[in-house]
Ligand binder design. Structure first.
Ligand code: 6AU
Length: 262
């Protein structure tokens, strides 16, 4: 059972550089909290990171919602990642043929490959999408990672257990580029090298008005096997985001300790 191993033990097994670094950061910072910074201005984003950067292991961005996205911003982002010791996940959810994804990954305004340690990718188009990112890494951009979408948190999503199983199978051919899976359940995969990234988390089980479904930190860590937990609005829209980040960090970490102590 992968969920009973510690992050240190799992870092020893990692075949992807980003997964290895993330496991190390989690152990060092005692944080398995990923902040989903779904804000639309660069100033607001940088300001929020100054407040919560210390408490997170991973920062998840949606570059395409930022109104004033620019290269200086990505430089600042990288500096903050270094200063606070967290990694950057661009939640681009690529879902096209390999050739198009290779271009979307490295070109355009966002040049994601230059600043994001890892990206999210849908398995729907088939393994060409993983090959595309893998090739980009081999051809100069260096070690990067992929979180493959194996399940979703939203109500009525079309992903079946068969789709999840095929997604995990497809990923098994790309251990060097695969950081982990975005998923909701422990049963979706077993391999301890890969990180379970689970979104849809708030202090109360609830829903938003557009189908997002929330589970509690305790439930996702203890029952659902989450390794890194994504919190967005639960922190970003709080009156005091820093205090709220500390609350999430502490409860997530104590549940992780409970889990690995059996
Ligand atoms: O905590 P929230 O609901 O404010 O934000 C959740 C974040 C959003 C979603 O785009 C993302 O997590 N997300 C994902 C990811 C990470 O890929 C998958 C999913 O199934 N559900 C989900 O909410 O930025």
């Amino acid at each position: 059972d992968r969920t009973l191993l510690t992050y240190e033990q799992r870092s020893e097994l990692s075949t992807n550089t980003v997964a290895k670094r993330l496991f190390h950061i989690m152990s060092a910072k005692k944080s398995n909290l990923c902040l989903s910074i779904d804000l639309t201005s660069t100033i607001k984003i940088l300001d929020m990171i100054e407040k919560v950067g210390e408490h997170i292991c991973l920062l998840k961005t949606h570059a395409d919602i930022i109104e004033d996205f620019n290269t200086d911003f990505t430089v600042s982002l990288k500096n903050l990642a270094k200063k606070f010791n967290f990694l950057i996940l661009e939640d681009r959810k690529f879902a096209d043929i390999g050739n198009t994804v290779a271009l979307q990954y490295s070109k355009g305004i966002h040049k994601i490959a230059e600043w994001a340690d890892c990206v999210t990718v849908h398995s729907l188009p088939g393994e060409g999408i993983l090959k595309a990112i893998n090739n980009s890494c081999d051809n100069g951009i260096g070690s990067r990672g992929v979180f493959l979408l194996a399940e979703m948190s939203s109500e009525g999503n079309l992903i079946t257990t068969e789709y999840t199983a095929q997604t995990v199978k497809m990923a098994s051919k790309y251990p060097n580029v695969l950081t982990g899976f975005v998923c909701q359940t422990k049963e979706s995969f077993n391999d301890p090298r890969y990180i379970q990234l689970t979104p849809g988390v708030q202090f109360e089980c609830s829903k938003d008005e557009l189908g997002q479904v929330y589970n509690t930190p305790e439930k996702v860590i203890l029952e659902k096997g989450a390794d890194v937990v994504v919190v967005g609005r639960g922190i970003v829209t709080a009156k005091n985001p820093e205090a709220q980040a500390v609350l999430y960090k502490n409860v997530l970490w104590s549940n992780y300790l409970r889990r690995v102590s059996g």
